[in-house]
Design a protein around this ligand. Structure first.
Ligand SMILES: [Zn+2]
Length: 554
C-alpha cells in the first residue's frame, strides 16, 4: 500500500528508465542500506544518471527490471559509499609526492630516508617531507636542526610533523625566514622552540609559516597531479566522498577545472580556509557553491581554534599533566575568530572549527552560542566542531543544545592512547575521544580520519571505533572501553552521519530510492566478520553515480 501520487511517480520513473534500456541491477548482494526502515536488501536498481530506483529483494527486482543490465555481486557485502568527514586531499596528494617519514623509528631513520629522497632532487632544491612523530622514537624528545645539518649543510630541509601542527627545519631552511628566529619574540598563535635564545629547529603551529613561506609555491601542474594522486588513493580505499577542510580559493579553482573535465571520481565537500579571499568569494555566491555534477561543492568556512595534543598545542583549561605551566595555545585571535564566525553567519555559511583541547572546545561553543543566538535552535545551520577531542563533561550536552555536529576521528584515539594519559591525567580522559557520551547526549556525529595525519583507509576507522585497540589488539578490552561504539554506529559515522554533516543526507549516505548509487562492494561483511578482521576488509569495487570508479585488478 502506498500513497497514490508517490506510487505513480516511482512507476513513471521506472518505466522511463526501463524503456531507455539504461537501468542497471545489482543482484546477489548483501546490502546494508543504513536506511533504518529497510536495513537489509539483496538487490538494487539505478538509472543511467546514477539515481537509485529501488533497493529490495532480488527476485522481485529481477521481475520488475527484467530488461536491466545485471551485475552479480556473488554474495558480497555492499555498504553505502564511505565518506570521510575530515580528510585533507591536497596534503594527502603531497605525501604521495614528497619525502615520506611516516612510521620512521628514529632520527637516524629519518636522515636515511631523506638521503634516499634527496638523491632525486636538483642540487640545493628544498627538501620537503612529512610524517615524523617523535613520540615513536627512543626518548620521545623533539629533534633539532643540528640533527639535520650534518647531512644537509646547504640544502634547506623542512619536515612537517605527522599532525601538521609542528615542523622541523634545518639551519639552511631557518636562514631563509624573513626574520631571525633567534631571540625572545614569538609569533601570534605559534611557538618557536629555543635553547639559550637560539631556535632549535622546531616550530609549533603559527610559527611553521615563518619558514614554510620561504618554500617556492607549487605550480598548478604539481597541485593538479597531487590532487589526482589523492583521488585515486581515496576511491581505492572505498571512499566516495571526502569533506576537505581548509582549501584556498586558488586550489578550489584547480579543483573546479578537474571537476569540469570529469577528472574527479568522488564527491568533495570543500571547506574554505580562513583567508578573506575564500570567505568573501563564498559570501558573493550566497553562502554555497556547487558544481553541476554534484562532485564538488563549497559552503563551509574552516577555522582553527588551537593546535594538537601531540605537540602540546591543544588549548587546555588546566596545565598539561606532563608540562606544568603550559596550557597550550589559541592559534586564532579570539576577536578575529569571532568576526569571521559573524561574517559566515551573515552569509549563511556553515562554520567548522578545529578544536582539540577542552579550552578550545568551550571557546568555540561560547562563540557559536553568542553568534547564532536564537538561530542555534531554530535554523538548520549544522555548524561543526572538527575533532572535539578533549571536551569538559559539562560541555558535551551543549553540542546537542546548540545543534552542533561533532566531527571526530576514531583512529586519533588509538594513535594517541599510548601517551594521552600522560598529557591529560585520568580525570580529563573522561571527556577525551568520548564518542559514546556524545551519542548518549544526542549529538550528531560524523566520522573521518584526518588523513594524511592518519591513514586514508576508512576500515581502520571502523575498526578503531568498535575496538579502541591497536591493530595488534591492545589493550585487550580496548582503551577507555565504555566509549566504544557498535558496528552500526561506526558505519553510520562514515555514511549517514557524514552525509548529514554536509547537508547531503537526501543524496548520499544511505541506499534508498531517490538517492545516488554511491556504494562499495567489500570482500567481507563489516557487520559480521570477527572484529579483528574489520581492519583488513578491502573494496572489490567503488561506485559513484552508479559507475565503478575503482575495481580491484584480479
Ligand atoms: Zn585536519
Amino acid at each position: 500500500m502506498c500513497i497514490f501520487a508517490r506510487c505513480t511517480a516511482v512507476t513513471v520513473l521506472a518505466l522511463a528508465a526501463t524503456s531507455a534500456g539504461a537501468t542497471t541491477l545489482l543482484i546477489n548482494a548483501h546490502i546494508h542500506s543504513m536506511d533504518a526502515a529497510h536495513p537489509e536488501a539483496s538487490a538494487m536498481a539505478w538509472d543511467d544518471r546514477g539515481k537509485l530506483l529501488a533497493v529490495g529483494d532480488a527476485a522481485a527486482l529481477q521481475r520488475q527490471y527484467a530488461d536491466a543490465k545485471r551485475i552479480d555481486a556473488h554474495g558480497a557485502a555492499v555498504v553505502p559509499g564511505l565518506i570521510d568527514a575530515h580528510g585533507h586531499m591536497l596534503d594527502l596528494g603531497l605525501t604521495l609526492v614528497q619525502a615520506d617519514l611516516v612510521g620512521s623509528a628514529s632520527v637516524a631513520d629519518v636522515i636515511a630516508r631523506l638521503q634516499t629522497f634527496a638523491a632525486k632532487l636538483p642540487k640545493d632544491a628544498w627538501l620537503v617531507g612529512w610524517g615524523w612523530d617523535q613520540n615513536r622514537w627512543p626518548g620521545g624528545a623533539f629533534p633539532s636542526a643540528a640533527d639535520l645539518d650534518a647531512a644537509f649543510p646547504e640544502r634547506p630541509v623542512y619536515l612537517r610533523r605527522i599532525d601538521g601542527h609542528a615542523a622541523w627545519a634545518n639551519t639552511a631552511a631557518m636562514k631563509r625566514a624573513k626574520k631571525s628566529l633567534d631571540g625572545v619574540w614569538q609569533p601570534e598563535g605559534g611557538r618557536i622552540e629555543r635553547k639559550d635564545g637560539r631556535a632549535t629547529g622546531i616550530l609549533v603551529d603559527g610559527a611553521t609559516d615563518l619558514v614554510a613561506d620561504a618554500i617556492p609555491p607549487l605550480s598548478e601542474k604539481q597541485t593538479r597531479d597531487a590532487y589526482k594522486a589523492a583521488f585515486a588513493k581515496a576511491v581505492a580505499a572505498g571512499l566516495t566522498g571526502v569533506h576537505d577542510p581548509g582549501t584556498s580559493l586558488a586550489d578550489l579553482k584547480i579543483l573546479q577545472k578537474l571537476a569540469a573535465a570529469g577528472e574527479m571520481p568522488l564527491r568533495l565537500y570543500e571547506m574554505a580556509d580562513g583567508n578573506n579571499a575564500a570567505l568573501d568569494w563564498l559570501c558573493e555566491q550566497g553562502g554555497h557553491w556547487a558544481e553541476p555534477s554534484g562532485h564538488l561543492r563549497m559552503q563551509t568556512l574552516k577555522l582553527y581554534m588551537d593546535g594538537a595534543l601531540g605537540s602540546r598545542g591543544a588549548a587546555l583549561l588546566a596545565d598539561y599533566s606532563d608540562d606544568h605551566g603550559n596550557r597550550g595555545l589559541f592559534v586564532s585571535n579570539p576577536k578575529a575568530y569571532r568576526e569571521a564566525v559573524e561574517k559566515a553567519h551573515r552569509c549563511h555559511i556553515q562554520v567548522a572549527t578545529h578544536a582539540i583541547g577542552d579550552r578550545a572546545n568551550r571557546h568555540v561553543l561560547d562563540t557559536y552560542e553568542a553568534v547564532l543566538g536564537k538561530d542555534a535552535a531554530t535554523a538548520d545551520h549544522r555548524w561543526r566542531i572538527e575533532h572535539a577531542q578533549i571536551v569538559a563533561l559539562s560541555d558535551i550536552p551543549r553540542f546537542a543544545n546548540l545543534h552542533v555536529i561533532a566531527s571526530m576521528q576514531p583512529t586519533h584515539a588509538t594513535s594517541d592512547m599510548p601517551w594521552a594519559e600522560k598529557r591529560l591525567g585520568a580525570e580529563r580522559l573522561k571527556g577525551a575521544y568520548a564518542w559514546q557520551r556524545f551519542i548518549h547526549d544526542g549529538v550528531p556525529l560524523a566520522f573521518g580520519s584526518d588523513f594524511p595525519v592518519e591513514d586514508v583507509n576508512p576500515m581502520l576507522g571502523l575498526y578503531a571505533a568498535v575496538t579502541r585497540q591497536d591493530l595488534a589488539g591492545h589493550p585487550p578490552s580496548g582503551w577507555l572501553p565504555d566509549q566504544k561504539v557498535n558496528r552500526e554506529q561506526a558505519l553510520a559515522g562514515f555514511t549517514r552521519g557524514a552525509a548529514y554533516a554536509a547537508f547531503m543526507e537526501n543524496e548520499v549516505g544511505t541506499l534508498k530510492p531517490g538517492l545516488r548509487a554511491d556504494f562499495v562492494i567489500l570482500d567481507g561483511d563489516p557487520m559480521t566478520v570477527p572484529v579483528r578482521q574489520i581492519a583488513d576488509l578491502k573494496p572489490i569495487s567503488t561506485w559513484v553515480d552508479g559507475k565503478a570508479v575503482y575495481r580491484v585488478t584480479p
